[in-house]
Design a protein around this ligand. Structure first.
Ligand code: JFZ
Length: 442
């Protein structure tokens, strides 16, 4: 059926996935690290001994903390324990293949020396660039760096959430120019940047900027060809975000999976996507008092596996404290996930979705190059029998453990295209990976 679509000047410029090598590299990461770091790490979710229950990086918007106090926190920003090499090594050990760092969050404080504002690291006691040394350290570990940038900026005098008066419009023009300058500055300073992760683009004022945002994206891609930008940047002609007025994805991947995962492949609409996930329920920046449920490495590994099985990347967040230290809970999780990744990364890296019917024992992933299929088993049935249903005309050639006893399984055919393999281990201590090599019958 022909698509009925309206003409948009600033809608999606491409239907379907990007197929170039830079985007393939992004698609194949599987696992990434997010770092939320800024002035909010200093109060860590408290002010004057009072506990703030919202997301720590939003504390400025809390009536318990005067804006003036927040805006002076920069005079205390002196993270003497900041060790970019240690962060990068930890990320490498954990198995992350890309990293996203908050260059500027909603508060407007810049972790790089910006020519366009005084509200940056150089005017804090620390007095030095944070982003440069981070990029260098992660580049050295072979971990690709992406820059998080909040368009919303609570510090810039021209920033508006909505444009009601002529004065607002004039002020906002200055803010747009500032935004453009900062973005081009970042790309010029850090040319190994692989992409930008935008945020704070939901305001009514920004939703009117289809043309400006579209042109700016083009300009940034001229500076760094192949630059990867998700769907959380530009609005279309009618102010629609992520998906344009025709329902087509704007940007290189869908950025709507924030602290949630799709359940089925249909939910992803066949697009590229990433899921960004906090360790507690909703804390991105450092909060010294995590309350409520804190995710375990087991849960995070399951989310990672599920993401890859549905063709997405999983990005786990870290919130270093005001001294520049990564808290011990996060270090411990990184270590546990890393231990699993070292043994099982074959089922994650360069892998994606395969259209075999999902079974209750866990998830399938498939290596996009070799075609090898992995069963990542989280739930062992009481009888130890794992069901495999394949599409028609598939021969299961060889089924074996990725690790451990290197056991080979002989599938028991129970129906046409339906089998059991029988596990004999008593209990699974960690999610177990079984490799399936198959061929298509002619
Ligand atoms: C934003 C920020 O406000 C937050 O502090 C953090 O940086 C996070 C990664 O991004 O929060 C969002 C953004 C988008 C949605 C929800 C929270 N969303 O699309 O549902």
């Amino acid at each position: 059926t022909p698509r009925i679509s309206m003409t948009l000047e600033h809608g999606a410029h491409r239907i379907g996935k990007r197929i170039d090598s830079k985007m393939s590299r992004w698609r194949n990461y599987g696992f990434g690290q997010f770092i939320h770091w800024g002035l909010y790490a200093i109060p860590g979710g408290h002010w004057n001994g009072e506990y703030y229950g919202g997301a720590a990086e939003w504390i400025r918007s809390w009536k318990g903390m005067p804006n003036e106090d927040y805006d002076n926190l920069y005079t205390e920003f002196d993270p003497v324990d900041f060790d970019p090499k240690a962060w990068a090594e930890q990320a490498k050990d954990m198995g992350a293949r890309y990293m996203i760092i908050t260059t500027k969050h909603h508060d407007g404080f810049c972790l790089w020396p910006s020519e366009f504002t005084d509200y940056d690291v150089t005017n804090a006691p620390y007095g030095q660039d944070i982003i440069g040394p981070l990029v260098e350290a992660y580049d050295a570990e072979g971990i690709d760096v992406y820059l998080y940038f909040s368009v919303m900026d609570w510090n810039h005098p021209g920033y508006r959430s909505k444009l009601e008066t002529a004065e607002d419009r004039e002020a906002y023009e200055g803010f747009k120019e500032f935004t453009r300058n900062q973005l081009l500055e970042l790309l010029e300073r850090y040319p190994s940047t692989k992409g930008l992760w935008f945020d704070g683009t939901w305001d009514a004022a920004w939703k009117e900027q289809a043309e400006f945002a579209d042109n700016l994206a083009m300009e940034m891609r001229e500076m760094i060809p192949g630059l990867i930008i998700g769907s959380r940047f530009r609005p279309d002609d009618y102010g629609n975000r992520h998906f344009d007025s025709n329902g087509d994805l704007m940007g290189d991947y869908e950025q709507g999976w924030e602290r949630k995962l799709p359940d089925t492949y249909e939910d992803t609409k066949g697009n590229d996507w990433d899921c960004v996930m906090t360790v507690p329920e909703n804390q991105w920046g450092y909060h010294s008092d995590w309350r409520g449920h804190v995710k375990t490495s087991y849960e995070l590994i399951e989310m990672l596996v599920k993401s890859v099985s549905l063709d997405g990347n999983f990005v786990m967040n870290f919130g270093p404290n005001g001294q520049g230290e990564i808290r011990k809970e996060e270090r411990q999780l990184a270590k546990e996930i890393g231990e699993w990744m070292h043994k099982n990364q074959k089922a994650i890296y360069d892998c994606g979705y395969i259209d075999w019917e999902k079974q209750d024992w866990g998830y399938y992933t498939r290596n996009r190059e070799s075609g090898e299929v992995y069963m990542i088993v989280f739930n062992k049935p009481i009888n130890g029998a794992l069901r495999i249903k394949t599409p028609a005309k598939i021969n299961l050639d060889k089924i074996f453990d990725l690790n451990g006893p290197q056991k080979t399984y002989r599938p028991e055919e129970i129906h046409r295209n339906e089998y059991f393999i029988h596990l004999d281990e008593a209990l699974l201590e960690t999610p177990k990976v079984i490799v399936i090599q198959y061929s298509e019958a002619t």
